[in-house]
Ligand binder design. Structure first.
Ligand SMILES: [Zn+2]
Length: 160
């Protein structure tokens, strides 16, 4: 089964499984795992992309294009959060994410499209962590939320 079973009305998280019964794994925690956390919408937005179908080895071009546009919207959401605030590290990471996304443009059939998309998402994650850090909070850990998603088999390639 693929796709989303539930969309959280609070943070917009697109979650697998039944909210009353918990995540997609047996014995998963009930309720939206992001609600009550700082920057819940940004975390949920990041993870929907992080665990998204575009990162599967056999992802078709349509999923890759969808992933590309979702990253663009995610970066817009981070930009809206940063607007008018003096957070140089977060602003730098967002700029790096935008540059990577521009380099990734899937319409140009570039061999490195997926690498640049991963890069853009990685910088987006850093920008979220910068926001959390400013509040004195620990970094966001996507794997803490993996039970809510169809986890892709490919590990995230932070090293690129
Ligand atoms: Zn939620």
């Amino acid at each position: 089964m693929a796709g989303t079973d539930y969309r959280c009305p609070h943070c917009g998280a697109e979650l697998r499984g039944d909210m009353r019964k918990g995540g997609s794994r047996p014995g998963g925690t009930p309720g939206c795992p992001y609600d009550g956390l700082a920057y819940s919408a940004l975390r949920a937005g990041h993870d929907a992309i992080y665990f998204g179908p575009w990162r599967r080895i056999d992802a078709p071009p349509t999923e890759i294009r969808r992933g590309y546009h979702r990253i663009g919207r995610h970066l817009d959401a981070i930009g809206a959060e940063l607007a008018g605030r003096d957070l140089p590290a977060a602003a730098r990471d967002l700029d790096a994410a935008l540059a990577a996304l521009r380099a990734a443009d899937p319409r140009e059939e570039r061999r490195d499209t997926l690498r640049f998309m991963d890069n853009a998402l990685s910088y987006a994650h850093r920008a979220i962590d910068d926001l959390l850090h400013e509040k004195g909070l620990p970094p966001h850990q996507p794997m803490d939320f993996s039970e809510w998603y169809d986890v892709v088999e490919v590990p995230f390639r932070d090293e690129w």
